[in-house]
Design a protein around this ligand. Structure first.
Ligand code: NAD
Length: 290
């Protein structure tokens, strides 16, 4: 039997690997508090609790039985959770990846808020640049797949995917070609050549994180008329962000995506639109003071 918590009480969690530093619980709990809700949000770190993909069915079943409102899902479970869900949103189905599961009346519905987190984050910092743009995207992993989808959904004319792992880039390009049009997406190998013809570049590699210092885009390839989008948000001021600003580029940092994916997840969980400005300020304060 499914237990049901009273209205405006929300029990949530994030399941993933190595998520100890996640700011998501703090974001949801503070915003819930601000809106007069009682929100608990805990971390279910697979590496701490010894969880694997084989445990996902049990995790979902217990979440239902214990009356959880839902949960967020991150690496390496975004695809593996799908067979266990009752329904999928159209976007999650297209992306074959779920980062938000909402449980209502015992029915578990998978959503993807990463792609719209990216596009809304971009609209907040670099409004209007994606439509009609020629874009180079470096990195085509889990987050990169959502970003490529977001770029194409926002009307990018052409997205060139470059990844050290050529097959990963090819797999994302194939999926996007099926969803949009084959002439709007390609796999590239020549970063300098592709950037020379681009309006913008997005970093979807881990380079720039504290654990992966450096920058996937060499300094000499940056130029003032190229907009630069970073999705790494820890730290917010990555080497790419710093160098791009110094070059005079228009820059979007990773804070927008990190916040907006949580804003949309909050709405999916609660049915209440949170205050995105307040959530963004909270995230920037937490990451800035980390
Ligand atoms: P991932 O490991 O699935 O994919 C990263 C990809 O980058 C891999 O395919 C790898 O081969 C490629 N790569 C690494 N170095 C490269 C280089 N120098 N040139 C070309 N390709 C390179 O990781 P992911 O889940 O896609 O996440 C990537 C990063 O995005 C994370 O490290 C995280 O910082 C950031 N992220 C941010 C948000 C946000 O909300 N802002 C959300 C998710 C992920």
């Amino acid at each position: 039997m499914t237990s049901q918590l009273p209205f405006a009480t929300h029990a949530l969690f994030l399941i993933g690997q190595g998520i100890g530093g996640s700011r998501t619980p703090a974001m949801h709990m503070k915003e819930g508090r601000e809106l007069g809700m009682s929100t608990t949000y805990r971390l279910l770190d697979a590496s701490v609790h010894g969880l694997t993909v084989d445990d996902l069915a049990d995790v979902l079943q217990w979440a239902r039985r214990l009356g959880y409102t839902g949960f967020n899902v991150t690496h390496p479970f975004k695809a593996a959770i799908i067979p266990h869900l009752d329904e999928l949103s159209e976007r999650a189905q297209a992306l074959e990846a779920v980062n938000t599961v909402v449980i209502r009346d015992g029915v578990a519905v998978g959503h993807n808020t990463d792609w719209c987190g990216f596009t809304r984050g971009m609209e907040g910092q670099l409004p209007g640049v994606m439509a009609g743009a020629t874009v180079v995207q470096v990195g085509a992993g889990g987050a990169g797949s959502a970003v490529a989808y977001g770029l194409l959904d926002s009307g990018a004319a052409k997205v060139t995917l470059i990844d050290l792992d050529h097959e990963r880039a090819a797999a994302v390009a194939d999926r996007m070609a099926r969803l949009y049009s084959p002439d709007r997406v390609e796999v590239g190998a020549d970063l300098a050549g592709a950037l020379a013809e681009a309006d913008g570049v997005v970093n979807c590699t881990p380079m720039g994180m504290a654990a992966h210092p450096g920058c996937a885009i060499p300094d000499e390839l940056l130029r003032a008329d190229l907009w630069v989008s970073e999705i790494v948000y820890f730290p917010l001021e990555t080497e790419l962000v710093r160098r791009a600003r110094a070059t005079g580029c228009r820059v979007s940092d990773g804070g927008g995506m990190a916040c907006e994916q949580a804003v949309e997840a909050f709405f999916q969980f609660t049915g209440v639109q949170p205050d995105r400005g307040r959530m963004l300020a909270h995230l920037r304060e937490m990451v800035g003071h980390a």
